[in-house]
Design a protein around this ligand. Structure first.
Ligand code: APR
Length: 327
């Protein structure tokens, strides 16, 4: 069943609530977490844009590689020889996660409301490692797939032995230097964190490095979820990383695709921002993720439900929600 192409958020809300729309998946990227204070990767000011290889504990050649391509810092290729660049870059993110520094955004809460209000949310495929989506506790665990793993668990990349996350964080705090100048108690030089099982310096958060495979759960869920999907919502992602981005072209031609982003993405994957003809099934909701999802929540008639979660939102999201109230 081909759903009607929305022309605005009001008509998108009607489509979501219509009986013909039975199954919805959401693919999210770093843009849905920005309102919580976590920078994305590829925007100006994002992780890759601000990387300073010269500050990292790395060989001259490793630093050159990272200068040429900042994504090198999150590859298996560098980590298997040298754990420090990844650990030093991710130090505040790891410790902030342990301290519950970041809160689920309105964009995250939209997914929770979609589940509780309609029961149509089949899966969320999140590329984010920040765990914000799992703060939304009304979403069943199995509905969320962490496509690139999670920063809130630790394990050995060599033997697979899990490490207690608090113990891991204690060692990150005492053994990994702070390249950001925010922790005066941090050591001036990094020393290895060894796996208690195999003794190798290969312990890190259970995130997926470039060059390593995604969890089998991703492929299994895609097999099950995509063939009869009615609506795919893509939010806050540049869609440049495969195979996460493959959802966009693995869904059938009849699946309606909605992109929520501050810039058009995925043209090379076939997303059509100009089509209006009968074959077009792509709708672009341009804007900041939190603002777009807040408007969509209003159109769906779920604003009062969102307000119940107001105190769990980050400050930027609360400000947006309060302005909607006064709007
Ligand atoms: N509102 C809307 N869009 C936003 C916002 C926002 N507040 N902030 C950023 N964006 C957009 C950016 O313009 C960009 O198109 O979200 C996208 C974020 O893209 P990336 O920074 O590339 O993040 P992501 O797509 O999640 O990266 C994918 O790359 O490095 C790997 O493993 C990492 O999971 C990550 C993957």
């Amino acid at each position: 069943m081909k759903l009607p192409l929305p022309v605005d958020l009001a008509s998108l809300a009607k489509v979501i609530l219509s009986p013909e729309c039975k199954n919805i998946c959401i693919l999210t990227g770093a843009g849905v977490s920005v309102a919580s204070g976590i920078p994305d990767f590829r925007s100006p000011g994002g992780m890759y844009d601000t990387l300073k290889p010269e500050l990292l504990t790395a060989s001259a050649q490793e630093k050159r590689y990272m200068e040429q391509d900042p994504t090198y810092v999150v590859t298996w290729d560098i980590f298997r020889n040298n754990q420090f660049p990844y650990m030093e870059v991710r130090r505040p993110f790891i410790l902030g996660t342990r301290n519950h520094q970041w809160k689920a955004t309105i964009a995250n809460r939209f997914a929770e409301l979609l589940h509780t209000k309609t029961g149509k949310l089949r899966r969320i495929y999140t590329q984010n490692i920040d765990g914000l989506q799992r703060q939304c506790q009304d979403i069943p665990d199995e509905t969320i797939v962490n496509v690139h793993g999670t920063i809130s668990k630790a394990g050995c990349e060599h033997c697979g032995h899990d490490m207690d996350f608090d113990e891991f964080c204690n060692q990150v705090q005492t053994k990994i230097k702070d390249i950001y100048g925010v922790d005066e108690k941090a050591p001036s030089e990094s020393t290895p964190i060894f796996c208690e099982e195999c003794g190798k310096a290969m312990v890190k958060p259970k995130t997926v490095l470039f060059g390593r495979s995604l969890p089998s759960e991703f492929f299994e869920c895609c097999e099950r979820d995509l063939p009869d999907l009615d609506l795919l919502i893509v939010a806050g992602t540049s869609l440049v990383v495969s195979p996460a981005n493959s959802l966009v072209y693995k869904v059938p031609d009849t699946t309606l695709r909605v992109v929520v982003n501050n810039e058009p993405v995925g043209m090379e994957l076939g997303i059509d921002y100009n089509g209006k003809g009968p074959g077009c099934r792509d709708f672009y909701a341009q804007g900041q993720c939190d603002a777009v999802f807040l408007n969509l929540i209003q159109e769906l008639g779920w604003l009062e439900d969102l307000k119940q979660k107001r105190d769990e939102l980050p400050p930027a999201s609360i400000q947006l929600l309060d302005s909607a109230n006064s709007g």
